[in-house]
Design a protein around this ligand. Structure first.
Ligand SMILES: Cc1cc2nc3c(=O)[nH]c(=O)nc-3n(C[C@H](O)[C@H](O)[C@H](O)COP(=O)(O)OP(=O)(O)OC[C@H]3O[C@@H](n4cnc5c(N)ncnc54)[C@H](O)[C@@H]3O)c2cc1C
Length: 498
């Protein structure tokens, strides 16, 4: 993907043909000290004539233990700029140090890769020198779309398992689905599966069609679908009861069908962490949302600016908001009967429209209240992002149901029913999130968290099994350094001989 997007014709010819012929490639960004914040990575790429010399260590490189080709992000120690390089694993100095093992994804060929004086021809620089993070982040945009699709598949599997199981398992004289607590979950699962599928299709079709900046849609689809998939598998495990917790092999061993639930739960948990963790996805979307305000009113909220600078910025700010703000209230007057051609779903679309304008106003109010501190107000920002994602999901289900209706699809009636149920539930979540923007426990939680870190509540940990954890236990480490230290400590057997 990085080469497809940023490679030269020569690079594409040389390497994409190898990928097409089956060469496995891997993406090496993460390091022991650097995960969500790759800007501070430490692998170095020093220019020496026609080569860059790479030194460092990468962690959790998926496919890395079997890859022929790597895309490696490294920093020029002089300019501090980060660049991306194509590195062949057969080159001297590239070494797979360790194969990592995880809670799920047992077949993942993932490892620690070290680079010791690896000479990379200058032709293997991807894009411009210094554009490494851009290459990494833009690559992840489209790469992220695979996860919503996988999650949609997980949801479909969960629905199938729960439909089959709750329809046939009799407890207290009736099938499970007849107990209201279970039937409500089944209904939510069906509506959510339709929404996940619609979100994934919408974002992917936008990417395929091209011409859109799909950064936000890809992030929303990744974040919304991965969290929903995790909730779905949790519900499925609960509904399957003990059989949900039992492994496939064990089920099979005692004569029952080996239906995978616990394995899928283990496999899908990582989706909330890699390709941009849930928190990072929220931050990414929140930054985009407030970006325009920062551009326009940045001078006003900048704590470093004095009265003079702020006063100078005021006319521009006022003229922008005089045009931007009132329509966010007034435009609603024009649309009480809009979208009538969407039939029973029109009212939901009107809600989406109203809420989008309300969200713009609330974000502006947040900026006005918190000013420069807004960046740190993750409670506020993350709720606005949760609202955005709900509105996006509602839009996706409504447009899909409409598309199916227009195309006279045989399941159009079912789609409208599910879209309606999904939107009803989603609207409740949006209303709650709007309320929580200004009525919440954020300040109390900030204080309590600081107290936890300061040790005020450490007495609560008394009585647990003491594993002897110390601050040192939480240090992240480079494997190559750990091994070097261990080797230095080992007695030199050969030299000890007489
Ligand atoms: C199975 C697996 C496969 C992987 N494959 C690859 C790969 O192929 N290539 C590659 O380069 N990397 C890969 N990774 C690394 C993965 O991308 C990182 O795990 C991920 O970026 C998170 O980094 P971290 O684990 O260091 O967590 P940290 O960055 O230490 O974060 C810990 C927690 O804090 C949260 N957090 C961090 N910053 C903030 C913030 N500003 N605000 C709020 N919360 C925050 C995070 O969301 C997370 O919940 C893989 C990891 C795993 C486990």
């Amino acid at each position: 993907q990085p080469l497809k997007l940023f490679g030269t014709p020569e690079q594409k010819k040389k390497y994409l043909t190898r990928c097409a012929a089956g060469a496995i490639s891997a993406f090496a960004l993460t390091e022991p000290h650097v995960g969500s914040d790759p800007a501070s990575l430490s692998t170095t790429a020093e220019r020496e004539g026609d080569y860059y010399v790479l030194n460092g260590e990468k962690l959790w490189c998926t496919g890395g233990t079997i890859a022929e080709l790597l895309v490696v992000m490294a920093r020029n120690p002089k300019t501090k700029k980060i660049s991306a390089f194509v590195v062949e694993t057969s080159w001297p100095g590239v070494k797979v140090e360790y194969r990592c093992r995880f809670m799920g994804l047992k077949a993942l060929a993932n490892g620690v890769i070290s680079f010791k004086d690896v000479r990379v021809p200058k032709e293997n620089l991807i894009g411009q020198e210094g554009s490494g993070l851009k290459v990494a982040l833009i690559t992840l945009n489209t790469g992220r779309l695979t996860l919503p699709a996988i999650c949609s598949g997980i949801a479909k599997h969960c629905l199938e398992v729960c439909r089959g199981w709750t329809g046939s398992r009799i407890q207290w004289g009736v099938p499970l689905w007849k107990h209201e607590a279970i039937s409500h979950r089944l209904a939510d699962m069906a509506a959510t599966t339709f929404a996940m599928d619609s979100v994934s299709r919408l974002a992917s079709q936008m990417a395929d069609r091209g011409g859109y900046d799909i950064r936000l849609e890809a992030a929303a689809a990744k974040e919304w679908n991965t969290v929903r998939a995790w909730e779905m598998i949790d519900q499925t495990l609960q509904i399957r009861g003990g059989r949900g917790y039992e492994t496939e092999l064990s089920l099979q061993g005692r004569g029952e069908t080996p239906i995978a639930v616990e394995r899928i739960m283990r496999d899908c948990r990582i989706n909330l962490i890699f390709e941009g963790s849930s928190e990072v996805m929220h931050l990414f979307m929140a930054r985009e949302a407030v970006d325009k305000h920062l551009q326009v009113a940045g001078a006003m909220i900048d704590a470093n600016n004095g009265f003079k600078e702020k006063a100078a910025a005021l006319p521009k700010i006022l003229s922008f908001y005089a045009k931007w703000y009132p329509p966010l209230w007034l435009r609603g007057l024009r649309t009480p009967f809009a979208y009538r051609d969407f039939g029973p779903l029109a009212r939901h679309l009107r809600f989406v429209e109203r809420s989008a304008r309300k969200l713009a106003r609330e974000s502006f109010h947040g900026m006005a209240v918190y000013q420069a501190k807004m960046e740190r107000k993750q409670g506020f920002l993350f709720r606005t992002v949760d609202i955005v994602m709900e509105l996006f999901a509602m839009t996706a289900v409504i447009s899909r149901a409409r598309h199916m209706t227009d195309g006279r699809a045989p399941d159009a009636g079912s789609a409208v029913e599910l879209a309606n149920l999904f939107c009803q539930s989603s609207r409740r979540r949006v209303i709650r999130l709007f309320r929580d923007l200004w009525s919440n426990d954020d300040a109390s939680k900030n204080a309590a968290a600081a107290n936890v870190i300061a040790g005020r509540h450490a007495w609560l940990e008394e009585g647990r099994l003491n594993l002897g954890l110390t601050p040192e236990s939480f240090q992240t480490k480079f494997l190559t350094q750990v091994r070097a230290t261990e080797a230095a400590r080992e007695p030199k057997v050969a030299s000890a001989k007489p």
